[in-house]
Each structure stands twice: as C-alpha cells, then as structure tokens.
Design a protein around this ligand. Structure first.
Ligand code: GAL
Length: 655
C-alpha cells in the first residue's frame, strides 16, 4: 500500500474549472469569486490535451502555468488531472490502433471522448508519455494538492473493446490464468456445442457469434477487461507518485457503474472520488413510475447515499465527491431543475457520509460544446445560478459547523460484489433481474428503518457488524465464506447466492453451494416471474415474490412459505436465506427481522426521510413532500435546522 498523502481536507468545497474554455482576462475574477464563495479546491485539465500538446511533441505549458499561478495565487488548491480521457486528433491520426472497437466490429471514432482501448500498445506508451510530461512539469508545484487520473474510467461503455490487440491481450491473460488449454476447456465447459479449442491462439472474443457464446468465456472477458482498467490506473499512479511525492492520487468513479472491479482499480489510490448526479441517476434508475415522479426533482433518497457508502469502502475510508450537479444536467432522458434546497441537501448528505470534499461540476455553464444545457455555479453570463447560491450557503454553514472526522464503522454491512453484477448480467434468466437494483432495494429497506450502512466487498472482515445483508452473491469465494462464517452478526442472504462456482458452473451440491456449510438448505428449482406474476408469501414474513422465486428445501426454522407450502425463507444459526426477489412488504419484513435479531435501534421513517450519523452528530434529510418531526426529546442541541424538517431541508444535532 502506498503511503497516504498528508493533505486530508477536514471538510471543504471544490469546483471543476476549465480555464481553456474562458478568456484569460476572466481567470483572476473567477479565482477570486471561487475563494469568496468558500471554495478550497479546483479541479482542472482533464480534457485539455489538445491545448497542452497542440502538435506531436510540441508542448504549450504557458497557459497552464499561468492558470495554476492565478488559481494558486488566489489561495485555491489545485487538483490537476492527467488528460488521457481525450487523446487529440493528431495522435489518433498517427496511431489509429488506439481507437476502441465495438462488439459489432466497428471502430468507435474520434470526436467525443474516451476513444481508446486499454489494451492498445500505442495508447499505453502515449499515456505514459503525457502523464509523465504533466507530472514532471507540475509535480512539485506548491499549488498542486493532488491528482486525478484520467476521467471516469468506463464512461460511455468503454471498459471493453473488441479489436485485435484486445484479443491478443485476452489470450495472454487466459494463458497466465489457465496455463494450458485443457484447463481452459474444462473451466469453460467448451465441450458444450463443440467449442473446444486446441490452443490459446484459437480463442476468439466472446462476441459476434450466431447466438449466445459461452457464459464462462464472457465472465473471463469481463474479468480481463476489469484487470486492464486496474493496471492502467496503477501505471498512471506510479508515474504521478514518482514525480509528485506527497500529493494524493485519486480517480473520479461513476454512479450506477459496475463494469470493472472498483476495489482493484482503487488499490493504488490514496482516496476514491465519485461523480454524484442525483437527479440524473433518479431519471436513469429502474424505479416505479410513482416513485420516479415523487423524487424527480429532489432525487431518490438512497441513490447518492448508496454510492457514498460504496465509495467510502472503495477508498478504504476516504472519499470525495469530485463532481456534484449544481442544477440540471444535460444527459438524462429528462433533466429537471432541482427543487430549491436540494443542491445544499445533497452536499450535506455527502459530508454526513464522510466525504472530505464536495466539488461541484462545473464553475460556469458553457455556452458551446456538448454540455451547453448543463448548469454550473454560474450562468454563461457570469451571474450566480440558483445552485451557486446554495453552494455559498453550504460554504458558510461548513465554516460554522466543524464536522467530526471520518465516518465510524456502521453497525450494518451490505456485501456488494462486482463479479455478482457480471454473473447476473451474463445469464439473467429473467429480463428484470438487475443486481444493482436489488442491492439498492435492500439498502433502502435498512435505511428506511433508520440504519447507517457500510458497503463492503465479499471477503472483507465483518468484525464489529451486528447485521449483515447479502442481497445476492452467486460466487462464494473462500474468503467470502470465511468472513460469513466468522461473523456472529444476524445475516440475511438473498436469492441466487452460491449458485455458481468461479468458472460459472452450477455447484455439484446445488445452490447455495459452499454456503451449505453455514445453512443446511438447497435450491432444487428456480423460476423468473414476468411482470404481473407474483407468488404470495405468508408466515412470520409476509409479502410476495416478484421477478424471481426458488424452490428451497432443508433444515432450519421455516420463517415463511409460498402458497404451495415450500419454504420462502429458512433461518439457521442467526442466518436467514430468502428464496426470492422480495416485494417491498416482504423485503421490509425480512430486513426488520434481522435488525431485530441484531437488537439494533429501529426508527420508522417515511419514504422521503433518511438519517445518518457522523461522529457525535446525527443528520436528518427530507427528500419527500411533507415536513417530518424527529421523534424523541425536544431539548436537542441543533447545529442546523430544528426538530421539524421541512421538505428539501435537513437538520443536524448532537446525537
Ligand atoms: C460526468 C463527466 C463530466 C461531465 C459531467 C456532466 O460524467 O465526468 O466530464 O461530462 O458528467 O454531467
């Protein structure tokens, strides 16, 4: 592990700024206004390659020197980026092999961003060159607080690429994983449909066939592609560390995105950061129509929070919001204006979950280019936007309220697994079996009962947790099994857990496979349920199965049964196996059951209200349409707000 850089901001605001978009005569004013607004960090240059190196080998540092001097001179701390998200035209013309190839074999061309393959030799060479050039130039600058590598790995579906160099790298990856082709054939089950190979040179990319290719091959291709992202991130991190000791190194990850293992990619980083677009995600997330309408202008109360808790884990306790929307975005199907108060509320929700910095995207709305209708803290005419005014308010509140340090360990852990997302996507078996959605629903159910949650990867220690939620974990690795075995926590394990081995095969003892060492049950049959079909569940837990249902048998206490009398939930040794995708009533009942077994304090919250503890403070956030009054003593000491929390408002008190 790398040494953690020293500059850990207490709690601060930041902003994303593009000096190359504005007349230089404005820079000083911009920097001064940022400082006056209470902004500490300014992130720059992630898309500036064509200005840094306008022609092959000819660098133009002058403008960036001046930009750093102006920003730093105003007292701002700069987060400088490597500009690898946008390789310039001259480079693509010289090295067209950099361009990624789509699954249909077409080349994804120049003209937007992220037009590179992680396996292109020319790209790796050019990435090293530009990262080293920028890092050598500014690595020792007193204005540079830290670095962002690239921008949003995988954005616009760019983790995978299907060109000749991707194939060659995939074959090498398989060689080192399997050693010989017989092992590969055995692991993939290639005998099925006569897909056996005689050498690694016969491996093809698992796309473009007449129908479905081997699921085991697709899983390996996803693992390979994920490893390519992680090693690319490590390569850049090493260059930055060499030239810029003592500065932090991060990357801005995305929301709702699982195409690579973020824990592996973040391993060489000092902290994780992520880009929070609460309304954009509320538009994109699979929500019920009424829910979407209810939260369209405030955001679903758990989507950003889920990612805060996920990325706090990815960053091993440290995370930033590198981008937060300050008004409407431009990229969702519909792009509403946040209701008054929400930009402030989202900022505080991030701080309450432990974010060190909330940085807004972007300083000023840009009147040209692809994102003209994306709000900034300023409008294109340099006047303050509504979101800008809210950021000013957050800055002054932040000054008044010194928040305690990093988040403490929560009492509830939710196990989230990137491989689970890939496996369930590769063979969903039901069109609406969406892993991220399932996890969000389980998270939501616990939050609606007032819980704070840590999101951890499988195999992570579960010491100190009183309740553990495992929404679905198809592949149970040895470390995952050991952690689940070791914890005395009340544990709820969801459908399809233990249903696949590492190579995607069904376990010989039937699902939940290795989990049978902890829970004496087996799944004899599964069904996906089309919209409109449900199977009622009755007993100590009531509700219904939607989307997915299993036939469970085994020993233990049957907590609930389906109509045909087969068990829907079996409990044994503080663990409960839930054999379906639960509807809201059943999920609430199951989560409540484990929280009560863990003797956790439960607070019943309305759909739009959430709580979060931060050190000795507690926050309440109201995303809903009605005021909410805190239960309990009236004589609390409030730092923000009061006992009744209005819609789009928050409260913070001594817990
Ligand atoms: C992010 C990206 C930014 C900008 C923003 C717009 O995904 O990192 O560069 O495009 O979205 O919301």
């Amino acid at each position: 592990m790398t040494e953690i850089a020293t500059e850990a901001a207490a709690r601060a605001l930041g902003v994303c700024y593009y000096p190359e978009h504005w007349p230089e005569a404005w820079w000083e004013d911009d920097a001064r206004q940022m400082r006056e607004a209470g902004i500490t960090y300014v992130r720059i240059a992630e898309f500036a390659w064509s200005r840094i190196e306008p022609e092959d080998g000819r660098f133009d540092w002058d403008w960036l020197d001046r930009a750093l001097a102006v920003l730093g001179g105003a007292g701002l701390r700069v987060v400088l980026c490597t500009p690898t998200a946008t390789p310039p035209k001259w480079l693509i013309d010289r090295e067209p092999s950099i361009l990624p190839v789509a699954a249909d074999g077409s080349t994804r061309g120049f003209g937007s961003r992220r037009h590179y393959s992680f396996s292109s030799a020319a790209w790796l060479r050019e990435s090293r060159r530009i990262a080293a050039a920028v890092a050598a130039r500014y690595g020792a600058s007193p204005h540079v607080a830290g670095w962002q590598i690239d921008n949003e790995f995988g954005c616009h579906d760019t983790v995978t690429s299907y060109g000749p160099e991707d194939l060659a790298a995939f074959r090498d990856w398989l060689r080192s994983r399997y050693g010989n082709v017989d092992s590969l054939n055995a692991a993939w089950g290639s005998v099925f449909w006569s897909a056996e190979l005689r050498s690694f040179d016969e491996v093809a990319l698992p796309v473009g066939a007449v129908t479905e290719t081997l699921p085991s091959a697709r899983l390996d291709f996803q693992r390979f592609s994920s490893d390519q992202v992680a090693s690319y991130c490590r390569m850049q991190a090493e260059i930055l560390r060499q030239h810029s000791p003592g500065r932090f190194v991060t990357h801005n990850f995305m929301g709702r995105f699982v195409d690579f293992d973020h824990h592996a990619a973040a391993e060489p980083l000092d902290l994780a950061s992520w880009d929070s677009y609460p309304l954009g995600f509320t538009e994109q997330f699979p929500l019920d129509p009424e829910e979407r309408a209810l939260f369209a202008e405030t955001a679903h109360p758990d989507i950003a929070a889920f990612h805060h808790d996920l990325y706090r884990g990815v960053g091993r306790g440290r995370f930033w919001i590198m981008e937060q929307q300050p008004g409407p975005v431009n990229w969702a199907p519909w792009n509403p204006v946040p209701k008054p108060g929400m930009v402030r509320l989202w900022s505080w929700e991030a701080f309450a979950h432990g974010a060190e910095v909330v940085s807004y995207f972007r300083w000023r709305q840009c009147p040209f280019g692809q994102e003209q209708l994306h709000a900034g803290l300023q409008r294109p005419d340099r006047s303050l936007s509504a979101g800008g005014a809210e950021a000013l308010r957050v800055a002054s509140e932040l000054r008044a309220l010194s928040l305690p340090g990093p988040a403490r360990q929560a009492e509830v852990a939710l196990v989230f697994d990137y491989e689970a997302a890939w496996m369930l996507r590769i063979q969903p078996q039901g069109a609406d079996f969406n892993y991220v959605e399932l996890c969000l629903r389980w998270y939501e159910a616990a939050r609606r009962l007032g819980q704070d949650i840590d999101i951890v990867p499988p195999g992570h220690s579960l010491d100190g947790y009183r309740a553990v939620l495992v929404p679905s974990l198809p592949h149970i690795t040895k470390p995952a099994l050991a952690a689940l075995r070791a914890t005395p926590a009340a544990t709820l394990i969801g459908p399809r857990s233990g249903s696949r081995l590492a190579d995607f095969a069904i376990p010989p003892t039937l699902p939940p496979g290795p989990l049978q060492a902890l829970l004496p049950v087996r799944v004899t049959q599964v069904a996906s349920l089309r919209p409109g079909l449900s199977h009622a569940v009755t007993g100590a837990l009531q509700g219904a199965a939607l989307r997915w249902r299993e036939w469970l048998e085994g020993e233990g206490e049957v907590l609930a049964r389906f109509d045909d009398a087969t068990p829907a939930a079996i409990a044994a040794h503080r663990r409960v196996y839930l054999a379906c995708w639960p509807d809201r009533a059943l999920l609430d009942a199951a989560v409540r059951h484990v929280l009560e077994a863990a003797r956790l304090d439960i607070v019943e919250l309305p759909p739009g209200v959430r709580l979060r503890r931060c050190g000795d403070r507690r926050f309440a956030f109201n995303y809903g349409p009605s005021p909410w009054t805190l239960p309990g003593p009236a004589d609390r000491h409030f730092h923000l707000g009061g006992a009744t929390v209005a819609p789009q408002d928050l409260a913070c008190w001594n817990a």
